[in-house]
Design a protein around this ligand. Structure first.
Ligand SMILES: NC(=O)c1ccc[n+]([C@@H]2O[C@H](COP(=O)([O-])OP(=O)(O)OC[C@H]3O[C@@H](n4cnc5c(N)ncnc54)[C@H](O)[C@@H]3O)[C@@H](O)[C@H]2O)c1
Length: 352
C-alpha cells in the first residue's frame, strides 16, 4: 500500500482482554489509531472493557470480529494456544498484527505465522514489552555505539519465589500454554538479551526443566499443572558467544520477583534489573577505559519510551521498520523448543 492510500487513522481491533486491556489503553495514546472493536469469549469482561474505554463494536468471537470489521491493525492477546490461528486469520483479513509473547506454542506454528504474513504482505510484530522501557532502550543505544566491545557472554533471568500465574488455569496446562515459566517469563528475558546482543545466530542449546514445588502444590490443591516450574538453558552462538537463561514461577530464592539481564563484553558490561522486587527497572554500565574501571548508572533519558502499540502504529504510518519482528519471535521459539527438547533428551540439541 502506498503512503497515499493509507487511512488517516488506523482502525484497530484487540482480541483477548486480559493483558489486551493494556493494548486498548496503549493504542489510545496514539492519535493515529482508534480501537474500534474488541473481542473476548468472556462476555462480562468484554462489556466491562468496551464500556471503560468507549469501544463501539464488541464480539464474543475473534474470528467473527475479523469477518465483520474492516480493520487495519489487530492485537492478538489470547492464551498462547490461539495465537497462531487468530494471527493467521487476521493477516488473511488484510490486517497488520501485533501478537503477544510467546509468539506461538512452538517454532513450527511461528513459521506458519511468518509465512502467512509474507503471503499477505502485512506486518507481524511480537509484544516483547520489556524492550519498550527507557532502561532497555538506553542500553541498546550504548551497545550499538560499541562501548561494550565484543559481547561474549550474557546471563538473563527471571525468578519468582512463588508466582504461579492464575494457578490451576491455562498457564499451567501445556495444551493451552505450550510450557511453563520458560515460555512465559523466560521468553521476555531471552528476547531482551538477544536484542541487546544483536540477535546472534544460535547453534547449540542445552537445557533442563524441573517441577518439584509446583507439582506438589497442584497435588495438594487438586488442580491441573503439567509444565515446568523452573527452567534453565545455555545457548552457544555461531559467533562464539554464550548465553545463560533461567526462569521460574516457584523457586526457593529470597526475591518475590527477580529479573536481571547482564552482558559481558571485551570493553564493558551492563545490567538491566528490576528494583525492590517490582516492575520498575534500573540500568548500569561497567566500563574499562585507560586502565581505569568506571560504573555508570542511568539517570534519565532525553525522551520517554513508548510502548509496543505506539511503536507499531508509528512504524505503519511512517513506513518505517518496526522492531520485535516475527523473524525474531521465531528465533526465540526455536531456542525455547531446543531447551525443552534438550531437557527431555538429556543432551545438547543443535539449532538451525
Ligand atoms: N507482554 C507482556 O508483558 C504480557 C503480560 C501478560 C500476558 N502476556 C501474554 O498475553 C496473552 C494473554 O495472557 P493474559 O495474562 O492476558 O491471560 P488471561 O487469561 O488473563 O486473559 C486472556 C483473555 O483471553 C480471552 N480468550 C481466551 N480464549 C479466547 C479466544 N479464543 N478468543 C478470544 N478471547 C479469548 C479470555 O476470556 C481472557 O479474557 C498470553 O499469550 C500471555 O503470554 C504478555
Amino acid at each position: 500500500m502506498s503512503k497515499k492510500d493509507k487511512p488517516d487513522i488506523l482502525r484497530v481491533g484487540v482480541i483477548g482482554l486480559g493483558v489486551g486491556r493494556g493494548h486498548v489503553k496503549g493504542y489510545q495514546t496514539q492519535p493515529q489509531a482508534k480501537v474500534v472493536a474488541v473481542a473476548d469469549v468472556d462476555e462480562d469482561r468484554l462489556i466491562e472493557i468496551a464500556e471503560t474505554y468507549g469501544v463501539p463494536h464488541r464480539y464474543t468471537s475473534g474470528e467473527q470480529m475479523l469477518q465483520t470489521e474492516e480493520l487495519d491493525v489487530v492485537s492478538v492477546a489470547t492464551p498462547n494456544k490461539f495465537h497462531k490461528e487468530l494471527t493467521v486469520a487476521a493477516l488473511e483479513a488484510g490486517c497488520h498484527v501485533l501478537c503477544e509473547k510467546p509468539m506461538a506454542m512452538n517454532a513450527q506454528e511461528a513459521r506458519e505465522m511468518l509465512a502467512a504474513a509474507q503471503r499477505a504482505g502485512k506486518r507481524l510484530m511480537i509484544d516483547f514489552s520489556y524492550r519498550f522501557n527507557e532502561q532497555s532502550q538506553a542500553l541498546k543505544a550504548q551497545v550499538d555505539s560499541g562501548v561494550l566491545g565484543d559481547v561474549y557472554f550474557a546471563r538473563t533471568i527471571w525468578h519468582r519465589r512463588r508466582g504461579l500465574p492464575r494457578f490451576g488455569g491455562w498457564f499451567g496446562q501445556k495444551a493451552l500454554s505450550g510450557g511453563g515459566p520458560l515460555i512465559d517469563l523466560g521468553v521476555h528475558r531471552l528476547d531482551l538479551a538477544l536484542w541487546l546482543m544483536g540477535y546472534p545466530k544460535p547453534v547449540w542449546v542445552m537445557g533442563s526443566t524441573y517441577n518439584h514445588i509446583a507439582s506438589a502444590m497442584a497435588q495438594e490443591q487438586g488442580v491441573d499443572f503439567d509444565v515446568e516450574d523452573l527452567a534453565v538453558g545455555m545457548v552457544k552462538f555461531e559467533n562464539g558467544a554464550t548465553l545463560e537463561l533461567e526462569a521460574s514461577w516457584a523457586a526457593n530464592v529470597q526475591e518475590k520477583e527477580w529479573m536481571e539481564t547482564r552482558l559481558f563484553g571485551t570493553k564493558g558490561g551492563l545490567v538491566q534489573r528490576n528494583v525492590e522486587q517490582t516492575y520498575k527497572f534500573e540500568a548500569e554500565l561497567y566500563l574499562e577505559q585507560g586502565g581505569a574501571h568506571f560504573d555508570a548508572k542511568l539517570h534519565s533519558t532525553a525522551r520517554p519510551a513508548h510502548d509496543a502499540m505506539h511503536h507499531f502504529v508509528d512504524s505503519i504510518v511512517n513506513d518505517t521498520p518496526h522492531i520485535a519482528t516475527g523473524e525474531e519471535g521465531l528465533l526465540v521459539m526455536e531456542i525455547l523448543d531446543a531447551i525443552y527438547q534438550s531437557a527431555e533428551e538429556g543432551q545438547p540439541v543443535r539449532v538451525g
